[in-house]
Design a protein around this ligand. Structure first.
Ligand code: GLP
Length: 233
């Protein structure tokens, strides 16, 4: 793992953009994208750059069950607002949270990932070490699956909804094995609230109770952290 410590989120997003530019220059075609507040400034930097994605593919990590792309809380809506409307891609894949058969949708999503190997994956991290929506205890060999969200994740995500009861209780998430197949992974974390998860991910045991710890086994992971998130390293 390569750790890059930066002053703040803005500097971190700029470092992320430089890495992205290098990857594109080296031929990256398929981009694994994440939602949450962490990558928002990174997406801003992309929007304000001269990068062109019109012949590129994106594959998002996850989507809430029960929401479709017109729902303002859906991850497809989030991606459109923060990136896709300004930077059109050739194609944008996200799991279909409204699929009638979610198990079939998970299989279909794995087929999409297999057909479009991810060159560059952007990740945030949950306070409990989740990546995508792979909560603690998710097997390291998991592929795309339907996830029951933990209480702590529902609480953390409630800020985006009118009330906690509106937060979906399930999501479809790329699995840990799928994430590990990405050629290059850039994980970003900002703020003291992430410092314990970052320490456990970088220095702790590799264990399914800390999903992000598996990244220690990947041979091209770059962690961009601000001073507060890096505080315990
Ligand atoms: C969500 C997303 C993750 C994200 C994490 C952290 O649950 N599914 O992809 O990394 O929470 O969110 P934030 O970036 O808002 O701290």
């Amino acid at each position: 793992m390569k750790i890059i410590k930066v002053k703040d989120q803005l500097e971190g997003a700029k470092v992320g953009l430089d890495i992205l530019k290098e990857q594109i220059a080296a031929g990256a075609q398929t981009f694994g994208l994440a939602t949450g507040s962490t990558p928002v400034e990174f997406y801003n930097q992309i929007v304000n750059s001269d990068l062109d994605f019109s012949d590129k593919t994106s594959i998002n990590l996850d989507e809430y069950v029960g929401l479709d792309g017109s729902d303002e809380q859906s991850y497809r809506y989030f991606m459109s607002q923060h990136l896709f409307n300004e930077k059109p891609f050739k194609e944008n894949f996200l799991p279909d949270g409204k699929a009638a058969d979610l198990e079939a949708e998970a299989k279909h999503y794995d087929a999409i990932i297999d057909a479009h190997p991810i060159d560059f994956q952007i990740l945030g991290i949950g306070h409990n070490g989740h990546i995508g929506f792979n909560e603690p205890g998710t097997p390291f060999d998991s592929t795309t699956h339907v996830v029951g969200l933990t209480e702590s994740t529902i609480n953390a995500n409630a800020r985006y909804f009118e009330c906690e009861a509106d937060v979906p209780k399930k999501a479809v998430s790329m699995g840990i094995a799928s994430i590990m197949k990405a050629k290059t992974i850039v994980l970003m974390a900002w703020g003291e609230g992430k410092s314990e998860a970052i320490q456990a991910m970088v220095e702790g045991d590799i264990t399914e109770s800390m999903p992000a710890s598996i990244l220690q086994k990947h041979d091209d992971v770059i962690v961009i952290v601000d001073e507060a998130a890096a505080k315990l390293l």
